[in-house]
Design a protein around this ligand. Structure first.
Ligand code: PMP
Length: 428
């Protein structure tokens, strides 16, 4: 290996203390010591372009967030059992980004916790237990959430109360049908099968970017029929915005808005604190009220002063730096450039996505769409060797996942496309 000695040593020590469940990204792993914007710097001072990390949404080590957290660290950290004006201010600001029907907030620390709470509330409210997710969904790591996260592997059991539907890939729609009809039928079939096995529906939960399924953001407009079917069966719709939220998809703060539906519950996490653990669940009050009256919800760190300071600082930056507009501009330029570079490639089936969430599907043959995971891995590692970070996703891990910090600006887009063109010339 050409890895620097210190990195080899770190990896050897790492293998000793962390179990085999911890995997490193890239054939030649990387270690970073600092960052700014969409850039990461290694120990030798090399600048990498980060086109993968969504947690530092307003940019690595953003000074406004760092200052807000540092100030709060040196003042006080109290939990939600004390009145905190800053928490109320934050809740009001965050809820103002939602349709008015969604008016109650709970704060937790991770996306998994948020989804765990969302499903508990859904079960309580509906009296049902059935859960519907997409075929290659990931929603988190608690036992409950793992039971409907099929990507976790053969060792992680799925619940008998869980049913799977296609991700909204327009290529799966039968001739003469529509995506709305296809998705509605998928959900109807799942509900019927649950009922045959004695399960009433609690919730349909979908990632609004269908990230682990391979990134399917378009076309929009099929969700109304799907949500209507869920409501007819007495269930609720939970929009998992852990990936798609906070302006990632460009056109709006939340992914569900693009579909013209108002979910019953929305969960969010990852970018919410730009790295400080904070996640949220937003409810229609009629869905969460009885649960709140009957079940105590206290989360030691969730909603305490420091994560809330981080969350508020992220909202400041999203507003002040007009991030959503940058996401639209950078995302459009990125997809247009990728389409241009790959338009004659026999190995690129599709460039898709919205805002700064972009997928490039890599296949053995454009006609058969047979996945080519090995080629996808080669592209990812070639990009890494040229100091640009991306990864792969989808059931066959053959879709490049390009999901940079939202600080990704036009210079970053140019650098990305120039490098991608070099890699594509050799590989695609
Ligand atoms: N939902 C989705 C859509 C996710 O992508 C993830 C994390 N990859 C989670 C939930 C879980 O979030 P966390 O890792 O913060 O628990």
């Amino acid at each position: 290996s050409e890895l620097p000695e210190h990195l080899q040593e770190t990896i050897q020590r790492r293998d000793k203390v962390l179990g085999p469940g911890y995997t490193l990204i890239y054939k030649e792993p990387v270690e970073f010591v600092s960052g700014h914007g969409a850039h990461l710097i290694d120990r030798d001072g090399n600048d990498y372009l980060d086109a993968y990390n969504n947690v530092p949404c307003v940019g690595h080590a953003h000074p406004h967030v760092a200052e807000a957290v540092a100030r709060q660290m040196t003042a006080v950290n109290t939990n939600t059992r004390y009145a905190q004006e800053a928490l109320v201010d934050y809740a009001e600001r965050l809820l103002a980004t939602f349709p008015e029907e969604l008016s109650k907030l709970s704060i937790a620390c991770s996306g998994s916790e948020a989804n765990d709470l969302a499903v508990r509330v859904a079960r309580f409210h509906t009296g049902g237990e059935g859960i519907i997710v997409t075929r290659w969904a990931y929603h988190g790591l608690t036992r409950e959430v793992a039971s409907f996260s099929p990507t976790l592997g053969a060792g992680s059991p799925l619940g008998p109360n869980v049913r799977f539907i296609d991700a909204p890939d327009p290529r799966l729609v039968a001739p003469g049908s529509t995506l709305a009809e296809h998705m509605r039928q998928q959900v109807r079939g799942a509900i019927d099968d649950l009922e045959r096995h004695g399960y009433r529906l609690a919730a349909l939960i979908t990632d609004c970017a269908y990230s682990s399924d391979g990134i399917f953001t378009d076309p929009v407009g099929y969700m109304q029929a799907v949500v209507a079917e869920v409501h007819t069966a007495g269930g609720v719709y939970i929009a998992d915005e852990v990936q798609s939220g906070f302006a990632r998809l460009g056109e709006s703060m939340w992914g569900f808005t693009r579909h013209g539906v108002v979910p019953d519950i929305v969960t969010m996490g990852k970018p919410m604190g730009n790295g400080i653990p904070i996640s949220g669940v937003v409810f229609r009050p009629e869905v969460s009220e009885e649960f709140g009256r009957n079940v105590r919800y206290f989360n030691t760190f969730g909603g305490s002063s420091i994560p809330v300071a981080a969350g508020a600082a992220v909202l400041d930056v999203l507003e002040k730096e007009n991030v959503q507009q940058r996401v639209l501009t950078s995302g459009d330029a990125l997809r247009a450039g990728l389409r241009e570079i790959t338009k004659d490639s026999p190995y690129v089936a599709e460039v898709r996505g919205a805002g700064l969430f972009v997928g490039v599907e890599i296949v053995k043959d454009r006609g058969t769409l047979e996945p080519d995971r090995a080629l996808t891995d080669d592209v990812i590692n070639d990009m890494r060797d040229r100091r640009i970070l991306i990864s792969g996703t989808g059931p066959s891990a053959n879709t490049l996942k390009i999901r940079p910090p939202l600080a990704f600006d036009s210079a970053d887009v140019t650098r990305f496309l120039e490098t991608f063109a070099e890699v594509a010339k050799n590989r695609l």
